[in-house]
Design a protein around this ligand. Structure first.
Ligand code: DI6
Ligand code: FE
Length: 420
């Protein structure tokens, strides 16, 4: 039976930031900032959850000209934002440690004194799936209010099998409670819990590896992550986790070179990692490995800022090598209690020297790539998901320039306008 084609809706009178500089086949090419693919007098057509036309008003196909039309009154339209690195699900908070750091304690000092990640573990283990999801909801709503429609959420505060799975279930639950795309990452290799202190090998064998198999068997895992650092796991230990991920057909990503250089990014790239994240201590060898593997550099200025770091990621080397740059909040209770991706862009520009174009691409096109979603979302191109953010700003630069101001006019997710 022929089904009638889904009804088309036109969004017209808009300044489109397509992130797809060459809209071949649409009779237009990007204008303005080259890498942003700006179209001044643009039109978007949506059928169901999909983009069917993106281009100049003058190129709109005849058969679309009678469709239901929404006038965006000259507003700026970007792909919906993507937060590609968060620890959004957790119990409790760590304001006390923030105060300790103000008094001079380093992140390592706090971690070795039993604070840090393991102190969030107690609070997280005490909550069931629904409580974990409800606790994350307020943080998620802050991200959605700024035009975010895809969020990556990691486990890593359970550090035992039941709680790691509960964290991932809570992350999945959020997609049932809000109009959002959630991608999950298994991060049991985040820290060694108190009961395994000094017994990291046993923790890997008895929790991390079997927990990954179980989580995968329940469809809870989209990618596998780890913390490759002196206070966490070595490249060899992470290699064992990644070998299991590979055998399960799961992509990997890694917290790498945040506080020192153990060669984590190079290890991640050797497994074809979607991304290597943080990267303050990344060297040329790691940069080249990432470039060869197509691994995205996810920059996390919120953690750099919160830890009052001084060593910056080698942005010039990454740029020169053509490594895609993404930006994320790293929202977590310890090193980045940040729920604003707009502020993360401002920090990436101000603290790391990213350009406006790199910041906007870093929270759309390249953030999608860091999650393996670049064929589905992250740019305004026909055939991709109709995930849009409509902004009350004159230029793309205003999205990065303002501090603590949210210019979002409307969020459209899979073709549906989402009321706040
Ligand atoms: N690096 C970080 O900055 C976070 N995790 C990681 O691997 C810290 C998470 C926390 O302190 O709770
Ligand atoms: Fe993180």
């Amino acid at each position: 039976m022929r089904t009638s084609p889904p009804q088309q809706t036109l969004y017209r009178n808009a300044r489109l930031v397509t992130l797809a500089p060459d809209l071949s086949g649409q009779g237009s090419s990007g204008e303005g900032l080259s890498g942003l693919g700006v179209i001044a007098d643009g039109v978007i057509a949506v059928a169901g959850a999909e983009l069917t036309f993106v281009g100049r008003r003058t190129d709109l196909p005849r058969d679309l000209q009678g469709a239901e039309t929404i006038d965006l009154e000259g507003r700026l339209v970007t792909p919906a934002l993507i937060d590609c690195h968060t620890h959004l699900v957790f119990g409790g908070n760590r304001a006390k440690e923030f105060e300790m750091r103000l008094n001079g304690a380093t992140y390592e000092d706090i971690s070795r004194a039993g604070g840090g990640i393991v102190s969030s573990v107690t609070a997280t283990r005490a909550q069931d799936v629904e409580a974990l999801a409800q606790g994350a909801l307020a943080r998620l709503d802050h991200l959605l209010a700024e035009g975010v429609s895809t969020v990556e959420i990691k486990s890593g505060y359970g550090l035992d099998i039941p709680t790691e799975l509960n964290m991932l279930r809570a992350a999945r639950r959020l997609a049932a409670l809000r109009e959002v795309r959630i991608k999950t990452s298994y991060l049991a290799a985040h820290a060694t819990p108190a009961e395994y202190k000094g017994r990291k090998e046993a923790y890997l064998a008895e929790v991390v590896l079997p927990g990954l198999e179980l989580a995968h068997s329940e469809g809870l895992v989209d990618a596998v992550d780890g913390f490759c650092e002196g206070i966490a796991f070595s490249p060899d230990e992470m290699a064992r986790v990644f070998q299991l991920a590979r055998s399960l057909g799961l992509p990997v990503k890694l917290h790498a070179e945040q506080l020192s250089n153990l060669g984590g990014a190079k290890l991640a790239a050797s497994f074809g990692a979607l991304s290597a994240d943080h990267l303050e201590y990344l060297d040329q060898d790691g940069v080249l490995s990432m470039a060869q593997a197509g691994t995205v550099a996810v920059l996390l200025p919120g953690a750099f800022y919160t830890l009052n770091e001084t060593r910056k990621p080698p942005v010039a080397l990454l740029r020169q090598a053509g490594v895609p740059l993404a930006i994320a909040t790293d929202c977590n209770p310890g090193t980045s209690p940040l729920t604003s991706l707009l502020l993360a862009m401002n920090m990436a520009a101000t603290l790391f020297g990213l350009t406006i174009e790199e910041c906007i691409a870093g929270t759309t096109r390249e953030a999608a790539r860091a999650l393996g979603l670049h064929r589905q979302t992250g740019t305004l191109e026909p055939g991709k998901s109709a995930d849009l953010a409509v902004w009350d700003v004159e230029s793309p630069a205003e999205l990065v320039y303002r501090i603590g101001y949210n210019p979002l006019h409307a969020r459209i997710f899979q073709g549906q306008r989402i009321e706040r």
